[in-house]
Design a protein around this ligand. Structure first.
Ligand SMILES: *Cc1c(COP(=O)(O)O)cnc(C)c1O
Length: 432
């Protein structure tokens, strides 16, 4: 099994210790499940590794965009995790959950004046400015309010994370951040240090997502530390914070490697400590902002099979009652997923098919080349694993399909609704 919260009993798939077929019956399909215990376990693994390798000053932020709804912020509050947010909407949801925004970092490459004003109004801890225009806009709003706003600068270290093009963000020509290589990072530091209403706390980088590369984070850290030392030598400014972003990969299929977070953090820490010694630099406060690796394998989506179409000599299709509106990742990046016959786990899987959605769109595919039992058919339950990240948060109402609910699982037998299933009424709520 690709994750340790999956088991099989009497031919039925269990997730987080609970019978998926019964959950599908109880809550209906399509259905997002989230293993609350797994989310907390991941937070604790990261926190423990950080305390061990970086000491008490270090900080972990959950990247909200991976999966954003009120209950997740309550969990992050309890787990003492900071958060990163990318829009006023995410700030709003966090506030609704009572999250204390002094531990929140506001990202994105284009914050509007309204975003900046809203975030300051609500007392956001930090802005992470992507470019010089944002620094100017933050300075202007902070001056108007007569405050000094804490801020990090997002820089691009010029590292190719060897992940999918669409989720690589640390290269020189990226949409995100200000490049070091071109000298623009140097200029933005000089400019920011001159702003009266900004307190420059340090630097941020995020090289990409679903990263497995051996030493990607180590190399990014070295580039960033060398930049910190260069700024110290040039402007007498020493960054207090270095935020290395998120991006550790998770297992979607059996052939994906397993990353041991504790070991990975240890390797990054060793590289940081060695580089700091070489540069005669005091180790900055280290931050990371994992999203996917906190929530991905805490998630599973359950569907009910409808039509099974066999086109002899060509292809077979298993159609499920959801699709790209609840999981657009295959359509976007051809992402891999493991699909399982939840009520027929003991049957031999020798029927090759594409698991497809119910939308009027040929690209509405969950996964191709899936092996299912020959008997798969109407009313069977299909489970798609590792859907906790970038599924609900990317979901749409395409073809006017109501979004599925999120049901949280904990303690091996408890389940509760954290987000309700959308109704038809919800689909016309804003229509006048
Ligand atoms: C998306 C994002 C993250 C989280 O990335 P994961 O791959 O989900 O860990 C962290 N930081 C920034 C700036 C991001 O844009």
């Amino acid at each position: 099994m690709i994750c340790d919260n999956l088991t099989v009993k009497d031919g039925v798939l269990y997730f987080a210790g609970q019978n998926t077929v019964e959950l599908a019956k109880k809550y209906g399909t399509p259905l997002y499940l989230l293993d609350e215990d797994k989310i907390r376990e991941k937070c604790r693994i990261y926190k423990h590794a950080f305390e061990k390798h970086f000491g008490p000053g270090s900080q972990l932020l959950y990247a909200s965009k991976a999966n954003c709804f009120k209950q997740i912020y309550e969990i992050m509050t309890e787990e003492k995790m900071g958060i990163d947010v990318v829009s006023s909407g995410e700030i709003y949801v966090a506030l609704k959950a009572g999250y204390d925004l002094s531990d929140a970092y506001f990202h994105s490459n284009n914050k509007t004046d309204e975003d900046i004003s809203y975030a300051m109004e609500k007392g956001i801890g930090y802005f992470v400015a992507d470019n010089v225009e944002e620094v100017k806009a933050v300075e202007k709003e902070a001056a108007r309010r007569g405050i000094k706003q804490k801020l990090l600068l997002r820089l691009t270290p010029g590292i190719d994370p060897h992940t999918y093009e669409a989720i690589a963000t640390g290269k020189v020509d990226s949409k995100f951040g200000t490049p070091i290589e071109t000298g623009q990072a140097d200029e933005i530091v000089e400019f920011t240090l001159k702003q009266e209403h900004i307190l420059l706390e340090g630097f941020h980088c995020h090289v990409g997502s679903q990263v497995f590369g051996e030493d990607i984070f180590e190399r990014a850290a070295v580039v960033m530390l060398e930049f910190i030392a260069a700024m110290r030598d040039k402007y007498g400014y020493t960054a207090r914070v270095l935020d290395l972003g998120g991006g550790y990969g998770v297992r979607y299929i059996e052939s994906d490697p397993y990353l041991d977070i504790e070991i990975k953090v240890g390797q990054v820490a060793a590289s940081i400590k060695e580089t700091c010694r070489r540069l005669n630099l005091e180790m900055p406060e280290i931050h990371m902002e994992p999203g996917r690796s906190i929530v991905a394998d805490a998630g599973m989506t359950l569907y009910t099979v409808g039509t099974v179409k066999k086109i002899p000599g060509y292809k077979n299709y298993v159609s499920i009652d959801g699709g790209m509106p609840d999981n657009p990742r295959f359509a976007l990046y051809r992402s891999s997923y493991t699909c399982l016959p939840a009520n027929k786990m003991d049957e031999k899987c020798d029927f090759q098919c594409s698991v497809v959605g119910r939308c009027c769109e040929s690209g509405d595919i969950i996964q191709e080349h899936v092996m299912m039992p020959e008997s798969i058919g109407r009313y069977d339950t299909v489970a798609v694993c590792t859907t906790g990240a970038y599924n609900y948060s990317m979901a749409s109402n395409y073809n006017k399909l109501p979004r599925p609910p999120i049901v949280m699982l904990r303690g091996g037998r408890e389940s509760y609704v954290a987000v309700k299933r959308e109704s038809f009424e919800d689909l016309v709520r804003n229509d006048v």
